[in-house]
Design a protein around this ligand. Structure first.
Ligand code: SF4
Length: 735
């Protein structure tokens, strides 16, 4: 090729929720190089291995470049306009035959903000169904319900700058070294620079994070609930409570207990919160003395007291980090509440370095799913149940308010169960791979394959999900389109169209607009291809016209490497609820938890309850699943990046060396993992990068050749409806 000039363009990384700023070097029509953006405050020029190699995901040999439709059992290439005609016709036909709630869209935390926004506008506003969900239900829902129950408003109060201020870090079931590597490096750099910084890894297995931590503490699955309560017990017993803060800014509550596991088909749950006094809360904690909790959790009373003393020390600033370990949990909402309790009792919140910090997995779990509200009960900044929110949406969307159904329909697991039952007949899946990621997978794949189900899949590479599709729509990927993501610290990041997409690829946003127009909604989707992202952003921004969550204008987003909301009077807000930093706080207050009517955050009495399925005589091991640094989720992108694929070419099962010896299994030998739902055979990894404790095995889920989710359990947190991928019972056999 010709030798030309390389131009550098800014974009957030396409992979994790850290939201690192990248500079992509472009030559002609091709992205040829990547470096970290030194002007982005998130990563200051650093990337992880996925970021550095990210552009190669654009150029895998088997990109989907043409639309395909199923004809006589075979997938046949057709012009994209014809495929879009079919999608619109089938959607219309299904609605007529089976009713408005028989059609659904299932999206992603990898949707751009405009993608999610137009999906919600079409389905909730125009078609009148709340059948809009996103895969973030499988990864972030418990964080959202945790925020709402404690603070009445979503998303972290702090920001990544907390890392430069905190003296103590506790990672709660969070292998940051692999999942949020750039933030992890920032934390290690902070320790190195300042000395006297303590990092505690509190987890169910040993990982690279444990290796770099000052101390690793291992607890039995699900007993983090008991340990968090024991920490609060100790904080009160030692009088480390920040009374001034607690009296002014908190109230105490309890909810329903023995709440089951959300395994039934039509599970509906009401929490029924009740006020309690501090004395009642103290009484509740009597069941959680360190000695009692040692027996439940396997964590020594000494270690529990040590953890409590770190949080309790008034001279130390404390930051807690968590992600899937706490969210993919049958008591996910509760464990989020309990970690907030620790920070609220000690007043270590909303100030630099004092931060209970819920991290996100996907690049736009916050931006697209939580802020746009692509979940069945949500609207952009609001909920369908609230009349005021419905009126605002109807006005901005230019639809009759009666179109917006006040009742939520199905959360993700329930949506796939409805597809299985036949209550849903048409499903459009964009940027996600549920035929790998649904727990208890066989059940949901069989449902998708049933007679008279119509599945549309928009994606960039073939996956087990495109295998069940009746129509495949070729999608543009990342910088082949303009868009925005929102990362873990409330930062909205804009990227422009940097390179053209191949063949007939089209952005997910534009695919939805094309179908909406075919359905007769030209008035609601009037934009032109030249500037639709700007127009959509400015329309969407009207939902957030409020100092509590104002978003930056398009021009500001375009000019900067990300802007944190609330963006008020031209300024970003780094610490919310603290009057020094957050202009939405009431005048004359120091802290204002304005998500709650009285400005006070809730401290919750939430008990320890065991997991939905625990090991027994027949199935005697815990199964835990997760990720590795090299691969992104189901690997459909990173397995097409040669260097990442070579680094970890296939999945494996980590077994404790003593368990392996007992079973007569050596490293690399094949093992069958069997649960009540399915089985999978894979190679054993003994003393590899992670070591589970005795009685537990760990499997990364990135490899579609080993469908570990055929083995996992589809029980979920009854409040958040998020499934628990971190624990179920299995047995092992030499294969
Ligand atoms: Fe991308 Fe996350 Fe790695 Fe940053 S840490 S480069 S956002 S994958």
């Amino acid at each position: 090729g010709s030798i030309g000039q390389v131009t550098w363009k800014k974009t957030p990384c396409r992979f994790c929720g850290t939201g690192c700023g990248l500079l992509v070097g472009v030559m002609g029509d091709r992205a040829v190089a990547v470096k970290g953006d030194p002007n982005c405050s998130v990563n200051k020029g650093l990337c992880c291995v996925k970021g550095y190699h990210s552009i190669q995901a654009l150029y895998g040999k088997d990109r989907i470049t043409k639309a395909k439709v199923r004809k006589g059992g075979k997938m046949v290439e057709v012009p994209i306009a014809e495929a879009l005609d079919l999608v619109a016709a089938k959607l219309q036909e299904t609605r007529k035959k089976y009713g408005k709630d028989s059609v659904a869209i299932y999206g992603s935390g990898q949707w751009t903000i405009p993608d999610g926004y137009v999906a919600s506008k079409l389905f909730k506003g125009c078609l009148g169904t709340n059948n809009v969900e996103a895969n973030a239900r499988l990864c972030m829902a418990s964080a959202v319900t945790g925020f709402f129950t404690t603070f009445g408003i979503d998303e972290p109060m702090g920001c990544y700058e907390d890392i430069e201020h905190a003296d103590v870090f506790v990672t709660w079931g969070n292998n940051m070294a692999e999942m949020h590597p750039v933030l992890f490096s920032r934390m290690l750099a902070s320790r190195k620079r300042r000395g006297n910084v303590t990092i505690i890894d509190f987890a169910t297995r040993t990982t690279r994070t444990s290796q770099a931590a000052d101390k690793s503490i291992i607890f039995r699955p699900n007993t983090d609930l008991a340990v968090a309560n024991a920490i609060c017990y100790e904080i009160i017993r030692n009088d480390w409570v920040n009374w001034d803060f607690v009296e002014k800014h908190t109230t105490f509550h309890k909810g329903k207990t023995n709440i089951g596991y959300g395994t039934e088909d039509h599970f509906s749950f009401k929490d029924k919160p009740e006020s309690i006094t501090f004395e009642e809360y103290k009484e509740f904690l009597k069941d959680y003395t360190p000695e009692k909790v040692e027996k439940i959790s396997g964590v020594s009373a000494r270690d529990i007291k040590y953890l409590a003393s770190l949080y309790g020390d008034p001279t130390k600033k404390c930051t807690s980090f968590w992600c899937m370990g706490m969210n993919q949990h049958v008591r996910g909402t509760w464990i989020n509440n309990l970690v907030y309790n620790i920070h609220l009792l000690t007043g270590k919140i909303s100030t630099p370095g004092n931060s209970p910090f819920s991290l996100t997995g996907q690049p736009s779990a916050c931006g697209t799913v939580r802020e746009v509200g692509t979940l069945t009960h949500k609207l952009p900044h609001g909920v369908v149940m609230n009349e005021h929110d419905r009126k605002l949406a109807a006005e901005i969307w230019d639809v009759p308010v009666s179109n917006i159904d006040p009742k939520p329909t199905y959360h993700t697991v329930e949506m796939f169960r409805a597809l299985d039952r036949g209550d849903i007949r048409f499903m459009w899946i964009q940027v996600t791979n549920p035929m790998i990621t649904m727990p208890n997978l066989n059940r949901y794949r069989n449902g998708a394959l049933k007679e008279d189900r119509f599945i549309v899949v928009s994606d960039v590479y073939p996956t087990p999900t495109t295998d069940v599709a009746d129509v495949i729509l070729p999608a543009t990927f990342w910088i082949e389109q303009e868009g925005m993501f929102g990362n873990s610290e409330r930062r909205t990041q804009h990227f422009e169209r940097i390179v053209p997409g191949p063949g007939e690829t089209m952005s997910d946003t534009w695919q939805i607009i094309e179908v909406a127009r075919r359905l007769g909604f030209q008035k609601q989707f009037p934009w032109s291809e030249e500037n639709y992202i700007e127009k959509i952003w400015e329309e969407y921004r009207r939902f957030h016209n409020n100092p509590k969550h104002n978003m930056a204008p398009y021009k500001v987003l375009k000019a900067r490497s990300g802007v944190q909301w609330p963006f008020v009077n031209g300024k970003e807000t780094r610490w919310r609820f603290n009057a020094k930093y957050d202009p939405a706080c009431k005048p004359g207050t120091d802290f204002d938890f304005y998500g709650k009517k009285d400005g006070k955050a809730w401290i919750w009495a939430r008990p320890y309850e065991p997991a939905a399925e625990s090991p027994d005589k027949e199935y005697d091991f815990w199964l835990n699943t997760g990720r590795v640094i090299e691969h992104w989720h189901t690997g459909s992108l990173t397995r097409r990046i040669p260097v990442l694929h070579r680094a970890v070419p296939e999945s494996y099962v980590e077994i404790n060396p003593e368990d392996a010896a007992e079973l007569g299994i050596v490293n690399g030998e094949k093992v069958r993992i069997i649960s009540r739902r399915g089985s999978v055979v894979m190679k054993a990894s003994i003393n590899g990068r992670g070591v589970p404790p005795r009685g537990m095995v760990f499997v990364p889920f990135f490899d579609e050749s080993y469908k570990i989710n055929e083995v996992t359990l589809d029980a979920f947190c009854p409040i958040s409806k998020q499934p628990d991928y971190k624990k179920c019972a299995v047995r092992l056999e030499k294969a």
